[in-house]
Design a protein around this ligand. Structure first.
Ligand code: SF4
Length: 459
């Protein structure tokens, strides 16, 4: 980072306000965005900002936006609209918008025309330029609009992470896959991987600072390393990180079945720290629909991978994303998805009714199934999955699980919440001082959304 620029931005900010300035940073959307938000906060902290959790108290409001769904975009426009009165009362308030949505030219154009009180707009590749944009605006320049995409990963951006047990660790940016329903490759650009040495260094720091669960982030972590000067792949990266000493867990998301290999499964099976839980989004159980989504795998191959993982790690758990009602999907094809779900028996599913995203190929495909019918399919799918979850949870009653407690629980006063290695939520009575500890828990009861148990030892 450019130190002089940070200092200049800090000086200009200090001169503008007669009190220590406060920023309100809000990230919409996925974990990648949450992680970006932590780095944006890191930059603001270097420029002298403290943080507040309301726009009313802030001297700078920064919305880190998400473009994945149209409804998410509408929410952002609503939130920006709500700032108008605050800016009228306090014209010195700075308003900045960034993230995926701002990478879309039509959105930037709308902000330019309809929201004249917004000061700074920049896309996903320009996070590190925030100090420069602030300087330009604070020195009395025009409103700043920047939409150049990222070409490489910028290292050394500081982060303000949530204190606690879990940390996000981005390993790459962008996506090369162009699934036909997804806007991400258009707004986040092509894949670029961080150097393994930098990732390892950051992982060591996080473990040293007491984080107990580190989640490696990328749109498709399985293709990590392509394009690096020295070829490196994701299983190698996991092996390298697994050698970091300490008491911690590693998770990763998101995987793409077309790039998920037996080598990766072998590494997970042999590792000390990588959780035996794989989020492997299949999206549909129909080969035809999967091809229409441009996903490049076949259901048979997917099932073989699952079988191989279960052979190597009988306790491995799986979760997936499912889209119901992709354009042109028939009832028979939907039934193939139901059959797949019954076969795999996922511990968790993230289910969505297809929602049209302008600018993607799927948005142009004929979509004859009425919304009401799709909702009915969706309800069926939830019912099937709920039944599977209940059975899987019931089967855990009586077992002892190693749980990492990370927060106060929801099932009663004095309860703690945590997760098993397989990513199942467990609640148990316990003192808050146990948050951040890995403890053996005897499972005594299954609920819809979590298991309840008793901590066996906490010394
Ligand atoms: S892999 Fe597909 S769904 Fe995931 S971000 Fe890339 S294009 Fe989107």
């Amino acid at each position: 980072m450019d130190k002089l620029q940070l200092e200049r931005a800090a000086a200009l900010t200090a001169a503008r306000y007669d009190h220590p300035p406060l920023a309100f940073v809000h990230s919409f959307g996925c974990q990648q965005n949450v992680s970006d938000g932590e780095h944006l906060k890191g930059l603001l902290a270097e420029m002298g900002f403290g943080f507040t959790d309301s726009a009313e108290n802030a001297d700078l409001v920064l919305f880190n936006t998400c473009a994945v769904r149209e409804s998410a975009e509408d929410r952002v426009f609503g939130n920006v609209g709500a700032l108008k009165n605050i800016k009228r009362e306090r014209p010195e308030l700075m308003i900045a918008l960034c993230g995926c949505m701002m990478q879309r030219p039509e959105v930037a154009e709308r902000i330019k025309k309809s929201f004249p009180y917004v000061d700074i707009v920049f896309g996903t590749g320009a996070m590190h330029r925030l100090p420069e944009f602030l300087i330009r605006r604070l020195e009395g320049g025009k409103r700043v609009f920047w939409d150049q995409p990222a070409k490489n990963v910028i290292e050394g951006i500081p982060a303000v992470r949530e204190e606690g047990v879990k940390a996000w660790l981005p390993i790459m940016q962008g996506c090369n896959n162009f699934c036909t329903y997804c806007i991400v490759p258009y707004v986040r650009g092509r894949e670029v991987s961080r150097a393994p040495e930098r990732i390892e260094q950051e992982a060591r720091e996080l473990v040293g600072r007491g984080y107990r669960e580190i989640t490696l982030l990328g749109q498709n972590v399985n293709s990590y390393g392509r394009g690096l000067a020295k070829p490196y792949n994701f299983p190698e990266l996991l092996r390298r990180l697994d050698r970091v000493e300490g008491e911690y867990r590693l998770r990763f998301m998101t995987s793409h079945p077309k790039d998920c290999t037996r080598e990766l499964i072998d590494v997970i099976a042999q590792s000390r720290h990588v959780c035996r839980h794989i989020h492997l989004p299949v999206q549909s159980g129909s080969d035809r629909v999967v091809q229409a989504m441009n996903r490049h795998y076949h259901i048979d191959g997917y099932l073989e991978l699952i079988a191989y993982a279960r052979e190597k790690m009988p306790d491995v758990t799986f979760s997936s994303d499912i889209i119901v009602g992709f354009p042109g999907e028939t009832r028979e094809e939907f039934l193939e998805t139901l059959a797949l779900i019954k076969k795999v028996r996922y511990n968790a599913l993230f289910t969505f009714i297809y929602s049209r995203r302008a600018g993607t190929p799927a948005a142009e495909m004929p979509d004859p199934v009425p919304a009401g019918e799709k909702s009915e399919w969706f309800r069926e799918l939830l019912e099937v999955q709920q039944g599977i979850c209940c059975e899987l949870n019931e089967a855990m009653v009586g077992s002892v699980q190693r749980v990492l407690f990370d927060s106060p629980g929801k099932s009663g006063e004095g309860f703690l919440a945590g997760r098993t290695e397989g990513n199942v939520i467990v609640e148990a009575p316990g003192d808050r001082s146990l948050i951040g500890r890995f403890l053996p828990v005897k499972i005594t009861r299954a609920m819809n959304w979590a298991m309840v148990g008793t901590i066996l030892e906490s010394r």
